[in-house]
Design a protein around this ligand. Structure first.
Ligand code: PLP
Length: 249
């Protein structure tokens, strides 16, 4: 690139910056609309900016636009960003969590969305106990029974919730699901409705020490439909930060 290209370098940063602001405004506008059409309160829905693979500068920009909830799916990346971002950020662990890594994040995250086994919950309880905290978690449900996905089977969810509820240092706050990738978000409506129904069924069991206040469902392609079906947390990555590029870092 020529000298003009170098000037574009500066402009490029500015454009990217503006892009995040515009994207967040647009996502918030759509959240507002989805709440309006489904008779829900805007304050009942929280946007999680899913910042996995994205550089700190982009998180800082989203923070400057008012985002306080960030979602990551890798322990090391979460810890690094945790150390560098302001302390009032609420971190969400949304990815598959290995038991041997629980100790690194258990006192850093506000919510672990991806608990799908008693063994993992036991480890979380143990490490939380050591640090003198109570870990807030969601049970991840593979609501569409996709073979490639983590998450407990729908039929096993109630039993898993009951078992986890007996652990001393974890609190179940609700359910999470990752819906199938679809072109048409309407195709996921039934899955979101199923997760909502499951949360109602679990509430009816009157299990001590748990609640079902949180439904974490909906991503860039389908968060409006998820809100219409009861989502309280939506996890939006691409819609805020743009496409992700995986590969050598
Ligand atoms: C990456 C990721 C998201 C965000 O996906 P987008 O389609 O980019 O919005 C949401 N939830 C989980 C669990 C993810 O891993």
């Amino acid at each position: 690139m020529s000298g003009i290209g170098e000037m574009d370098g500066m402009g490029g940063i500015k454009m990217e910056t503006t892009g995040i602001r515009e994207n967040i405004c647009q996502v918030n506008g759509r959240i507002r609309k989805a709440c309006a059409v489904s008779g829900r309160k805007e304050s009942d829905v929280t946007l999680i900016a899913v910042s996995k693979t994205k550089p700190l500068s982009m998180l800082q920009e989203a923070y400057a636009c008012g985002c306080r909830h960030f979602g990551e799916n890798k322990v090391q990346e979460l810890v690094e960003k945790y150390d560098q971002m302001p302390k009032d950020v609420k971190w969400h662990m949304i990815g598959h969590l290995q038991r041997n890594k629980v100790k690194y994040i258990v006192d850093k995250v506000c919510l672990i969305h991806s608990v799908d086994s008693l063994r993992l919950a036991e480890e979380i309880s143990k490490e939380a106990g050591k640090k003198g905290v109570t870990a807030h978690i969601l049970v991840e449900v593979n609501i569409a029974a996709e073979e490639t996905k983590f998450g407990t089977a729908w039929e096993e969810a109630v039993q898993l919730v009951k078992s986890i509820a007996a652990l001393p240092s974890v609190r179940i706050k609700g359910l999470m699901t990752i819906a199938p990738y679809v072109e048409n978000p309407e195709k996921n409506r039934e899955y979101f409705a199923d997760l909502y129904d499951l949360s109602v069924d679990i509430m009816r069991e009157n299990i001590d020490n748990i609640n079902m206040d949180v439904l974490s469902m909906g991503m860039t392609g389908d968060y409006e439909v998820a809100i219409e079906e009861g989502a309280t947390y939506v996890r939006v990555g691409t819609g805020i930060f743009g496409e992700r590029h995986y590969g050598a870092v």
